[in-house]
Write a protein that binds this ligand. Structure first.
Ligand code: UD1
Ligand code: UDP
Length: 377
């Protein structure tokens, strides 16, 4: 039995190929939703749109401080794990759901598989960095998207037998949905947009939107871009960002603010944008896969592969730097996708299946696991 733990928008999207793989293989599994995200357009819409089974459990923890959210999730997960006794639980990414899920499982001696392991921004001011480090170091199976993240874990002393380069499940999710999106949805028409004739923006990181000066820097940068390019700026706004903009009293006049979109609509918006401005982790990857230039509104990134291939640049939050990067972005074209070929979910599930049959993965596959099963290593 595999326990799939998720709680936020990106986890639902990036776990969706893993869930589909479990379904296709007829495996015994359950989905535990922590309820960290709960608004329809941050949660249910993805289950509906991606045809995912409803979660078997929803802890409904909602929003809160880090400690209260993490604590509530841990207590809820412990109850479910004690009842279900899975052989392995899977967590994905770097949210508080991941931290709590892996801590609860580790204390019950249940094996943990961390999907998207080994990412580092080297910025411990980010809550996500703490979550990643802790989860990686208590996980039994670490599924890294690239050789870079694999090497990082080895550098930190993690046993190479536990680490598998699988690619990122976001590639699976994009490949599985981009054609469906083209056939089912016409969000460009709905918003009166033409391909390559608009700019897409999302940002929500605590270190950007909770700090007044940084939030202001981004908003001024967007207005400079609007004046320079005279193109619509489409901004599907994250609820955290909406809350903080209202709190600080900033105006988004001139920017086309829309509600958070479903994944199919959003993929279409990303694929056809002239360029994307974001502080999202998932968007740095998806733009790289889809061939859209990305400007990251941060000072660092745990996705250095996107900088190396040239799909992404770091602009920080200085308005003039944002504008200058936007002027250059339109010249960036053609790079390779470092995140794998869309088979990550199958590799992950195959490895988990063998743990579920009580055989340790390294016993089963030996030292050459990564070489045989995974990409590139
Ligand atoms: C969380 C993750 C972040 C991830 C992001 C994905 C942590 C520490 N942060 O950030 O890594 O990139 O999810 O989107 O785990 N809210 C709603 N409806 C919702 C969810 C949130 O209105 O469904 C509002 C609430 O006002 C809440 C705020 O957004 O206080 C922040 O939500 P929270 O889950 O704490 O963090 P995110 O910023 O979403
Ligand atoms: N996304 C979406 N609708 C939106 C904005 C984003 O479906 O309006 C998707 C996006 O395609 C990506 C994921 O949400 O797969 C990224 O989530 P988010 O930016 O909230 O989190 P992060 O990746 O930064 O953790």
């Amino acid at each position: 039995m595999i326990g799939i733990i998720l709680g936020t928008r990106p986890e639902i999207i990036k776990m969706s190929p893993v869930i589909k793989e479990c379904e296709d293989q007829g495996l015994e599994y359950f989905i535990l939703h922590t309820g960290q995200h709960y608004s329809y357009e941050m949660d249910r819409i993805f289950f509906d749109m991606l045809n995912l089974p409803q979660p078997d459990y929803n802890l409904d923890v909602g929003s809160g401080t880090h400690a209260s959210q993490t604590g509530k999730i841990m207590v809820g997960i412990e109850n479910v794990l004690n009842k279900e006794l899975p052989e392995v639980v899977l967590v994905q990414g770097d949210t508080n759901t991941v931290l709590s899920g892996s801590l609860a499982a580790a204390k019950l001696n249940i094996k943990i598989g961390h999907v998207e392991a080994g990412l580092r921004s080297f910025d411990r001011g980010m809550p996500e960095e703490i979550n990643r480090i802790v989860s990686d170091h208590i996980s039994d199976y670490l599924f890294t998207p690239t050789k870079t993240s694999y090497s990082q874990l080895i550098k930190e002393g993690i046993d190479p037998k536990k680490v598998f380069v699988t690619g990122n499940t976001v590639v699976d999710a994009v490949y599985q949905n981009i054609e469906i999106a083209k056939n089912k949805i016409d969000i460009l028409k709905d918003l009166y947009l033409l391909p390559q004739n608009y700019i897409l923006v999302t940002f929500h990181r605590a270190e950007n939107v909770d700090i007044k000066e940084r939030l202001e820097g981004i908003i001024i940068g967007l207005k400079l871009i609007k004046n320079y390019f005279s193109l619509p700026i489409i901004f599907p706004i994250h609820p955290r960002t909406a809350k903080m903009i209202e709190k600080f009293g900033f105006s988004l006049e001139g920017i086309n603010v829309i509600p958070p979109q479903g994944f199919l609509e959003f993929l279409q918006l990303e694929a056809n944008a002239k360029f994307v401005l974001t502080d999202s982790g998932g968007l740095q990857e998806e733009t790289c896969i889809l061939g859209t230039p990305c400007i990251t509104l941060r000072d660092n990134t745990e996705r250095p592969e996107t900088l190396e291939v040239g799909s992404n640049v770091l602009a920080g939050v200085d308005p003039l730097a944002i504008l200058n990067h936007a002027k250059n972005a339109v010249r960036r074209k053609h790079w390779s996708n470092p995140y794998g070929n869309g088979t990550a979910a199958k590799l992950i599930v195959d490895i988990c299946k063998n743990t579920a049959s009580e055989k340790s993965c390294s016993d089963k596959y030996g030292d050459e696991t990564a070489a045989k099963l995974a990409l590139n290593v």
